[in-house]
Design a protein around this ligand. Structure first.
Ligand code: SAH
Ligand code: SF4
Length: 361
């Protein structure tokens, strides 16, 4: 920070952090306990808002999807989801924000829209943190009946790293961002309220296990054999199921906690009773829970969602083996905001594209 070279006293840093993170200030002018001259200097040297909101869509189930434009004109999405305590959070949770970590994704899972156009780049720590702050600034700007106290500016109290990209392929930037979001002087969001989802990067899972902060981990399994996984997740050819499960077994799972496995149900691919039995075998002896995600269709996908009956039949097999299992009903699928539907699709929309080219001129 340049405060020292600007001759500012050290306590100004605490004041600035308080405005940035605790109060989620939307403008430099709002930082009223900083001298006007300093605010001017900050304005000249730094940008407070690095993500530009291109479009916000609201779903009927009150899920909100935010499309952000980055400085290099790349597009990413974040999704604000009303509380569903059974899945990741605690009973008191108000909102979960699903954040992106990369522009596109290199892992190319066959059923996922995010990987359709490949990988463009990693997000910086700032771009990851800003998704939370920008959503909260948006929230503060919404008309309210009475002005809000600082604490009420926080709408996000649970984070799932399940947007666009493979978070563990952007390990260092992700960890830097999560440390800021977790810090008492920063986002103040507890590590156990942050869930990282990975398609199965075994070495990075082991590395994460060594971190002092124990974030929650969700493993995208989607198949109980190498044969099934190879068909739908190219990452399995790099890190086999054996390697992945060994890394999972080595996780330090706190008492009374469980590791989460995600399992997208694709009709006729991985949803039979036999698949469910194999899954039970695979998970034997691991303190875990399974989230079943009926496939969310998106334009260009060739897979189908199983019927509710087929999903329940699959769940039943797991229940019989005492494996805790939730069915993740799609949230926001009417606005293409559900799992695996994020792809910056608007960028392909000619209207939005012309907006960008008009601006570049
Ligand atoms: N790259 C990470 C996190 C982002 S995807 C990962 O793969 O885990 C978040 C979750 O959505 C993953 O479990 C992913 O497999 C799942 N998903 C992807 N496409 C989906 C789709 N079309 N329908 C349902 N779930 C999907
Ligand atoms: Fe990437 Fe995850 Fe989508 Fe696979 S499921 S393509 S790893 S974002």
């Amino acid at each position: 920070m340049q405060f020292k070279s600007w001759g500012e006293p050290v306590y100004r840093i605490a004041q600035l952090l308080d405005w940035l993170y605790a109060r989620r200030a939307a403008t430099w002018d709002a930082m009223t306990n900083l001298p006007k001259q300093l605010r001017e200097k900050l304005r000249e040297n730094f940008s407070l808002q690095t993500l530009e909101l291109v479009r916000k869509q609201g779903s009927q189930d009150t899920t909100q999807k935010f499309l952000w434009k980055l400085a290099d004109h790349s597009l990413i999405e974040s999704v604000l989801i009303p509380a569903n305590p059974a899945l990741y959070g605690e009973a008191s949770d108000r909102h979960t924000l699903c954040i992106s970590t990369q522009v596109g994704c290199a892992y190319g899972c066959k059923f996922c829209a995010s990987g359709l156009e490949g990988w463009k780049r990693n997000l910086t720590p700032n771009e990851i943190v800003e998704q939370i702050l920008s959503v909260e600034r948006w929230h503060v700007a919404q008309p309210k009946e009475k002005s809000l106290e600082a604490a009420e500016n926080r709408v996000v109290n649970n984070i799932v790293v399940m947007g666009m990209g493979e978070p563990l392929a952007n390990y260092d930037n992700l960890l830097k961002a999560l440390k800021i979001l977790n810090a008492p002087w920063g986002g103040g969001i507890g590590a156990r309220k942050i869930t990282i989802s990975t398609s199965g990067l075994a070495p990075q899972i082991r590395k994460l296990a060594q971190e002092p902060m124990q974030f929650r981990l969700a493993i995208s399994l989607h198949g109980a054999t190498d044969e099934t996984r190879n068909k739908i997740m190219p990452v399995n050819r790099k890190y086999s199921l054996r390697e992945l499960m060994d890394a999972c077994r080595a996780l330090p799972i706190p008492r009374r906690k469980r590791v989460t496995f995600e399992y997208v149900l694709l009709r006729g691919v991985n949803d039979s009773v036999e698949d469910a039995r194999q899954l039970c075998q695979l998970l034997q002896g691991i303190r875990c829970k399974v989230n079943l995600i009926p496939f969310n269709p998106h334009p260009g996908s060739r897979f189908q969602r199983p019927t509710d009956l087929e999903v329940e039949r699959f769940q039943q097999v797991l229940h019989q083996q005492n494996i805790q299992t939730n069915i993740r009903r799609p949230r926001g699928d009417d606005i293409q905001a559900a799992c695996g539907q994020l792809q910056g699709e608007e960028f392909r929309n000619p209207q939005v594209q012309s907006l960008f080219t008009a601006e570049a001129r």
